[in-house]
Structure formats: C-alpha cells, structure tokens
Design a protein around this ligand. Structure first.
Ligand code: GLP
Length: 241
C-alpha cells in the first residue's frame, strides 16, 4: 500500500484524476472501475474539466461501477446509475453502452451477479479501480463480516451504513440491501486507488492501514494488493501513527 497524504480534497481530486487521465492517454479503451459517494465527486469534476479542456477522452473507455441499491432503477434519483450520469458520464463523451452499473431491479438478481462478473472478465478485467471507504471500513458495499466476499453478490446493509447514507433519503425510504462487486472482484483490478477525506473516515483508515487484515475491516484487504494507492487528506490521516 502506498499512502499519500495531501492538503485538501481538491489536491486528491487532481492526483487521483490524473491517474485516469494518464491511463486513458496510454490505453484509450481501458476498463475503469468507478465508485459513488461524496468523496469521488471532486475527482469526477476534475475529470470533466480535463475533458472540456481536451486533455482526456472517454470515447473508447469502458466502465464498471462497484454497486447499486436493490430496488432502485436507473431513473431513480438515488440510484448509483443516476448518480454516475449526473456526476460524470453525461458531461463527457462516454458511450452509454459501455457504462456498467449493477442492475438493482434485475428479475433474477443471482444471474445479474454472475453476468456482471462475467462481463468484467469479458472486457479483460479492471485496470484502475477507484474506491471510497465507509466509516465502518466497507468498500463498495462489502460490509464488515466474518469472511471476505468473492464475486458480485447481494448484501444486507449494516446499521452504520444506513445511518451514514440515510441523509440522501429524506423520505426515510433507503433500501436495506445492495448488489456489490465482491472483495475478490476488487482485488483483481490491476491498480486500486482509495480516496478518503474528513475526520469521519479516520478510524476506518487507521484500521485499514495499521490494523490486521480482517473481514471485520473489509478495506484492510488492500494491504495485500500489489498496487494500491491511498490518497488521504490530513483529517482522514489524523489517527495514523
Ligand atoms: C457508499 C458506497 C461506497 C462509498 C461509501 C462512502 O456506501 N457504497 O462505495 O465509498 O458510501 O461514501 P462517502 O464518500 O459519501 O463518504
């Protein structure tokens, strides 16, 4: 794990964003692994800015998002598909049919999980996977548990995740299940970038970097990834030794 502590969320956006810009310059048809949440928003804004300035093109790129809420369709304003369109894809020249987000309303959800993994493989695997982190150490929607997950699956959200994310559901109708790429899928990415900002992430960051590798802090598995880069602001890094 390479840990890089920067002054601000804006600095993280530039550094994390540039990894994608460089990748797409070298390999225009790269397969990108993308994440939702508030943390990557500045990175997406930076990428949109680079696109507007002609520094990057998504014309031949392929993307796979980590997760989706069960029960929310693409048009639902709280769905992660909607989020990605809103925050990134509708502002750049990404082909719509190359955008992949797990389908949270699939009739056969088990098949959806298997098909999602198969499709990632079909495109040759993920080059760079962007990750945020939950306050409980989750990545994607891989919640703390007693075993690391493998491929894409359906999971129950923990109380703490529901607590953190329910602000986005003012009507109190937050789903309690999600479909997520598994820890095994995430670990297959050639490179992983995890970004975290703010005090609320400091405990999870400490456990991820300095704790033991344990499924009770799912992000700790990244200690075993051969190319994981962690970008933190000072607040997120504040509990590190
Ligand atoms: C959600 C997503 C995660 C994300 C986490 C943190 O639970 N499934 O992928 O990392 O939220 O979000 P935020 O960046 O808003 O703190």
């Amino acid at each position: 794990m390479r840990v890089i502590i920067l002054e601000s969320a804006a600095d993280i956006a530039v550094q994390a964003g540039n990894i994608f810009v460089e990748l797409l310059k070298e390999k225009p048809d790269a397969v990108l692994g993308l994440a939702t949440g508030a943390t990557p928003v500045p990175t997406y804004k930076y990428l949109i800015d680079c696109y507007n300035k002609g520094k990057v093109s998504f014309k031949d790129a392929v993307s796979f998002n980590l997760d989706e809420y069960i029960g929310l369709n693409k048009e639902h304003p709280n769905s992660y598909y909607f989020f990605m369109m809103d925050m990134l894809f509708s502002h750049v020249n990404m082909r719509k049919d190359m955008i992949h987000v797990p389908n949270g309303v699939a009739e056969d959800i088990e098949k959806e999980c298997r098909d999602y993994d198969a499709l990632i493989e079909q495109f040759g695997g993920i080059y760079v996977q962007l990750l945020g982190i939950g306050t409980n150490g989750h990545i994607g929607f891989n919640e703390p548990s007693d075993a690391f997950s493998e491929g894409t699956y359906v999971t129950d959200l923990t109380k703490s995740t529901i607590e953190s994310n329910k602000i986005y559901f003012p009507n109190g109708d937050m789903p309690t299940k999600a479909i997520t790429m598994g820890i095994g899928s995430i670990m297959k990415a050639k490179k992983v970038i995890l970004i975290a900002t703010g005090h609320s992430k400091a405990k999870a960051i400490k456990a991820m970097i300095e704790g033991e590798v344990t499924p009770s802090c799912p992000a700790s598995i990244l200690q075993k990834h051969s190319d994981a880069v962690i970008f933190l602001d000072r607040d997120a890094a504040s509990l590190l030794a």
